[in-house]
Design a protein around this ligand. Sequence first.
Ligand SMILES: CC(=O)N[C@H]1[C@@H](OP(=O)(O)OP(=O)(O)OC[C@H]2O[C@@H](n3ccc(=O)[nH]c3=O)[C@H](O)[C@@H]2O)O[C@H](CO)[C@@H](O)[C@@H]1O
Ligand SMILES: C=C(OP(=O)(O)O)C(=O)O
Length: 421
Amino acid sequence: MDSIIVRGGAELRGQIPIAGAKNACLALMPATLLSEEPLTLTNAPRLSDIVTMTQLLESLGCEVSSMQGGKVIALSTHDLASTRADYEIVRKMRASNLVLGPLLARAHEAVVSLPGGCAIGARPMDIHIEALTALGAEIELKDGYLHAMARGGLRGGRVKLRFASVGATENVLMAATLAKGSTVIENAAREPEIIDLARCLRAMGAQIAGEGSSTIEVQGVDRLGAATHRVVTDRIELGTYMLAPAFTGGEVECLGGKLELIGAFVEKLDAAGIEVTETETGLKVKLRGDRPRAVDVTTEPFPGFPTDLQAQMMAMLCTATGTSRLEEKIFENRFMHAPELQRMGAKIEVHGGHAVVTGVDKLKGAPVMATDLRASVSLILAGLAAEGETIVNRVYHLDRGYEHVEDKLSAVGARIERVRA
Ligand SMILES: CC(=O)N[C@H]1[C@@H](OP(=O)(O)OP(=O)(O)OC[C@H]2O[C@@H](n3ccc(=O)[nH]c3=O)[C@H](O)[C@@H]2O)O[C@H](CO)[C@@H](O)[C@@H]1O
Ligand SMILES: C=C(OP(=O)(O)O)C(=O)O
């Protein structure tokens, strides 16, 4: 398995291009199942999760080709070959469950493996099931698979989510586009990835209003057509690289970055003494003074502070002056980076869903283990600030969510390299 070696202490200066969002693209790709006509996605990120979604869609009869080195993905599902999403693929990636809504809408049936838990916490699907049931689906769990059926097709209805689940909002939004009549989704998730999906579905001919608010209305149509859609900027990759100069000094411009994608995060950066300026091409970031200051952070659904940036923020707060408190409210086991950061000299105490971080003068390089996607990159960031060499092992998680991390960081002056196994 590959590892990444980081030698700390180099100041960062320059521009980092931010890719299209993994978590948007993984919801946009299954939208192809709703139409017999082609869907083309531009600004797609080049990630192993996209390859996994490609394999899943191909197993259902979709033709997928990628162009421009993977930045453009052309999908076409003229005929569905299967309505079964197999455990062998679904277990690799939670987002595989996003084929459930589209399959039900198009074929009126689906058999989809439960994603199961993952390292960061349980990944239940009860909210998805309840929402699709409100559109007339009958769903039963058998042998680890959800067996779903919509006799006579889905019909619109009132869907009230008990929690603003991103995945459940995406599944029911896609399903409702082809349901008979109108659907109202209450307590819908408001993440930028939901807005992006709604825009793509609208380009395909869906009638949707209210995305980005807590109430989304959908008027079902008979069929969806062809469309080309540009994937929204990855706000998590953006936030990750925005933190980099706080570890190293210098100034970095994240190309394609927009404040509206990342407001709550930027407020915390400001409080920590990190200056963010919007430019015509992106967001410029630099640290005021020598060290960041402690801040308290609670993860919440959008527009709150994103859970997917908590690990990177914790790594930064390990180098700050003062004591910070972090509360993780989305996933129950998302502090696995803490013991690894401790190996580098960080002072962190974890009590259930809370962590207390007391900043230290200097982190020290160490061999560390990447336990999940965002934990992996938090260790790389910490390595940029640490004295000596940090070896981040087991980086396959990283390749799920960050394209060419070592190239992007070395282009702005970091001393980082990948060692291929
Ligand atoms: C609200 C939130 O921040 N969602 C994040 C979540 O999306 P993802 O779609 O994976 O997760 P959800 O938004 O559905 O889940 C958030 C919470 O709801 C719970 N839940 C979810 C579905 C369900 O049927 N039953 C249930 O109890 C989950 O256990 C979790 O505690 O992970 C993604 C990858 O890290 C992030 O990009 C999303 O921003
Ligand atoms: C945890 C993440 O992804 P997934 O939901 O696919 O596990 C993530 O994007 O940070």
